[in-house]
Design a protein around this ligand. Structure first.
Ligand SMILES: NC(=O)C1=CN([C@@H]2O[C@H](COP(=O)(O)OP(=O)(O)OC[C@H]3O[C@@H](n4cnc5c(N)ncnc54)[C@H](O)[C@@H]3O)[C@@H](O)[C@H]2O)C=CC1
Ligand SMILES: CC(C)CC(=O)C(=O)O
Ligand SMILES: [Mg+2]
Length: 374
């Protein structure tokens, strides 16, 4: 993969709650890359989620999907606002991210749970259990129970109701995400654990069969294991080091990655990349977002941790633009700032200096300056 044609076209969708607060901090890093690394970015910003509902009456416009296709990559904040709790299900702010994933075919959501040395004491687990921990969760994102039919809320003859969602996975949906996981494993510790509930779900049984088949045919050199999702939740807390790459469906991946974030210290630390299929012209649609949501409980206070968003941007540089040196620099700058003792509230510990969102962002840019001059 060669480095990108310039200017790099980014669609920036800050969204709701803390989304705009943490995306703003990426803006500083983009400005730094332009000034100090000679890169040029063409940024297009638009509204999604509750912000779009307020302005346009829909969580996302078709025009925004078109802009996402035209961009080299999408940088997404988060969506969701309790203010819109009354709207019908298909108009909720969260539809914006579901629709982007589905329309762009973003099926492989990479959620790395990596523990920074400086944060071993912030983890929910003992330092020795998490030191050096580096897990990659590969979550399928356009199938499964978030999208299956039938769905809805039906009124029964007696006036009571039933809510329905359906877990559906097809062979090809499982094959393509399994290939992503096996490919990633080959560049890491060469181990994949596939997670489902084949003991009680047919979709899980098919998942296991297809992953086993893809492994045997295409990736026999990678060590493959299987685990039921409930056990996996427990094992992630008991002994997370047993995992290298986890591959799983939409719902289990959503839950297990929020759980894994606490091994790293906070939900505010976990970035993600969501990748689609390579197109005929060689381009691959991709969206980068933290795994957290809009955090309405802390929105507007300037205290959100911007690191998950900043690390998501580092993933964008790595996966969509092949700017490995710049991605490495950002990750190193985050590591150095944490080592210097700065902490947002969510990762605060005794003896450390508590800072807000923008001071953390500024400190990371200062650290980039130091790395550049070394
Ligand atoms: N991709 C997306 O846009 C996502 C959207 N959501 C939506 O976000 C809204 C809020 O959902 P919640 O369940 O509260 O999950 P959440 O992820 O927004 O927050 C959960 C907890 O983690 C904290 N937290 C999250 N990010 C943080 C950060 N960067 N720094 C410090 N603390 C942080 C929050 O303050 C809260 O206490 C909902 O509407 C939900 O649907 C949730 C997850 C993903
Ligand atoms: C659609 C999102 C709100 C679901 C979610 O929590 C996520 O993708 O992490
Ligand atoms: Mg989630």
């Amino acid at each position: 993969m060669t480095e990108p044609k310039q200017p790099v076209k980014l669609l920036v969708l800050p969204g709701d709650g803390i989304g705009p607060e943490v995306v703003r901090e990426v803006g500083r890093i983009i400005a730094w890359l332009e000034k100090k690394r000679g890169l040029t970015f063409e940024l297009t910003e638009d509204l999604v989620g509750g912000a779009s509902l307020a302005e346009y009456g829909v969580p996302i416009r078709d025009e925004v999907i078109e802009k996402a296709w035209a961009a080299d990559a999408v940088l997404f904040g988060s969506v969701g606002d309790p203010k819109w709790g009354h709207v019908s299900f298909d108009k909720r702010p969260e539809v914006a991210i579901l629709k982007l994933r589905q329309e762009l075919g973003l099926f492989a959501n990479l959620r790395p749970a990596k523990v920074f040395d400086a944060l071993v004491d912030s983890s929910t687990l003992k330092p020795d259990v998490v030191r050096g921990l580096d897990i990659m969760i590969v979550r399928e994102t356009v199938g499964g129970i978030y999208f299956g039919d039938p769905r809805g809320i039906e009124t029964l003859p007696d006036g009571s109701k039933r809510g329905i969602n359906t877990e559906v996975y097809t062979t090809s949906e499982i094959q393509r995400v399994a290939r992503v996981a096996f490919d990633l494993a080959r560049k890491r510790d060469n181990r994949v654990c596939s997670v489902e509930k084949c003991n009680v779900m047919e979709s899980g049984l098919l998942w296991k069969e297809v992953v086993t088949d893809v492994h045997a045919r295409e990736f026999p050199d990678v060590a493959l294991s299987h685990m039921l999702a409930d056990n996996c939740a427990m094992q992630l807390v008991r002994n997370p080091r047993q995992f290298d790459v986890l591959v799983t469906g939409n719902l289990f991946g959503d839950i297990l990655s929020d759980l894994a974030s606490m091994l790293t210290g906070s939900l505010g630390m976990l970035p993600s990349a969501t990748l689609g299929a390579e197109q005929a012209d060689g381009r691959r649609p991709a969206l980068y977002e933290p795994i957290h949501g809009s955090a309405p409980d802390i929105a507007g206070q300037g205290i959100a941790n911007p690191i998950a968003q900043i690390l998501s941007f580092a993933m964008l540089l790595r996966y969509s633009l092949n700017l490995q040196a710049e991605a490495d620099m950002i990750e190193q700058a985050v590591s150095n700032v944490l080592a210097s003792g700065l902490r947002t509230a969510d990762i605060m510990a005794d003896g450390m200096a508590r800072v807000g969102t923008s001071v953390m962002g500024e400190a990371i840019v200062r650290e980039l300056d130091k790395l550049q001059s070394n």
